[in-house]
Design a protein. Structure first.
Ligand code: ADP
Ligand code: MG
Length: 354
């Protein structure tokens, strides 16, 4: 080779790689909230408080009463692919925790200024540290703090000006954070969730395990009072499908009801305890309802499925899943739900809208 001649391909600097990756995991404040709340749940927290300013762009803070972070772990806590949850590739099949990729806090520290205060129950005091671009900026310092962890992200996307400037309507971002937290609150009535931003959309759930109270508190008694369980188990396809839906009402009336009251309807899907964007499970339900001109204001679906039949490691946000036997599962759900609606309302008569 001619000495000194360089090709055109060069390795990107590590900080550029990390910042790009971070932007993918954390596209908006609500993604950060999801990651932080999941970490709190992984740490066994029973109380999780979220505080935000300017839709989370100025300040986003999650504090919990979970098991805390060891002082010795502060060095690695924001480093990419550093985790206490996954040790070897095979473990991926059986992950019971939300996290395992060790990317969330690293990502956050590449797009925001991060402060962590944490106290383990066996430690004399809390410790705190500031992080930027994956690194602890100065040695940890003792701090005041209760058992648990408080993570604060300030000036989210300060180094991604285009993204930041696009998010000028803080209300939009705040609403998405609210929705994200709402999903967790409804899924986990045994954990107390609180959101503080401004009086109008603050909420708090008790965490006493009472599901109806949570729905009542968040969506109103009208909806909560009509919620009924659904449940289907398939030994052949190794899944258990459960859910809670508000009693179906005629589509036209439901629109009026929604507009009149909270203008809110709720839909969520959890697969093996993980909140996912998975409309596939919604389709059979929607189809059956639509065929009878019905709709529901509340629908929370849970699918428990043999871990070897799905793959959650599709995307860093883990919000999508791939599963085997998709068609068969959907067909079983459709048949079940059709029967469920027939039992509730009688068989459809021929004059009903198709
Ligand atoms: P992951 O959740 O995939 O392990 P994260 O970047 O989200 O990766 O977190 C890195 C590590 O920091 C976790 O594995 C955990 O040990 C620790 N951690 C993060 N948040 C908390 C928390 N709220 N309480 C206790 N430990 C935490
Ligand atoms: Mg995590």
């Amino acid at each position: 080779f001619p000495i000194g001649k360089m090709g055109l391909i060069q390795r990107l600097p590590e900080d550029v790689v990390n910042r790009m990756a971070a932007g993918e995991v954390l596209a908006r404040p609500c993604n950060a909230i999801k990651e932080l709340v999941e970490n709190s749940l992984d740490a066994g927290a029973t109380e999780i408080k979220v505080m935000m300013q300017n839709g989370g762009l100025k300040i986003l803070q999650v504090s919990d009463n979970g098991k805390g972070i060891e002082r010795e772990d502060f060095e690695l806590v924001c480093e990419r692919f550093a985790t206490s949850k996954l040790q070897k590739f095979e473990d991926l099949m059986h992950m019971k925790t939300y996290g395992f990729r060790g990317e969330a806090l690293a990502s956050l520290s590449h797009v925001a200024k991060v402060n962590i205060v944490s106290k383990r129950a066996d430690a004399k005091c809390a410790y705190q540290g500031n992080f930027l671009d994956g690194k602890l900026l100065a040695p940890t310092k003792p701090a005041a703090g209760k058992n648990g962890t408080c993570i604060t992200a300030t000036d989210l996307f300060y180094n991604l000006p285009t993204r930041r400037n696009k998010m000028t309507t803080h209300g939009e971002e705040a609403k998405m954070v609210y929705d994200t937290l709402l999903r967790f609150a409804i899924h986990r009535p045994d954990v107390s969730f609180a959101l503080h931003q401004n009086q109008s959309s603050d909420f708090r759930t008790k965490g006493d395990g009472n599901f109806r109270d949570v729905v009542c508190n968040l969506l109103g008694r009208d909806v909560a009072d009509t919620v009924i369980p659904i449940s289907l188990e398939s030994t052949r396809l190794k899944f258990k499908f459960t859910g809670k839906i508000s009693k179906p009402i005629a589509s036209a009336t439901s629109k009026n009801a929604q507009n009149r009251k909270t203008n809110r309807s709720f839909f969520s899907v959890f697969i093996n305890g993980r909140s996912v964007r998975c409309d596939i499970l919604k389709h059979p339900i929607d189809d059956v309802l639509q065929n009878r001109s019905l709709c529901v204001q509340f629908c929370a679906l849970h699918l428990e499925i043999d871990e070897t039949r799905i793959d959650v490691n599709v995307h860093p946000t883990k919000s999508s899943v791939i599963f085997l036997e998709k068609e068969e599962i959907i067909e079983e759900i459709r048949e079940y739900f059709e029967k469920f609606i027939n039992d509730l309302f009688g068989l459809p008569d021929k004059t009903e809208a198709v």
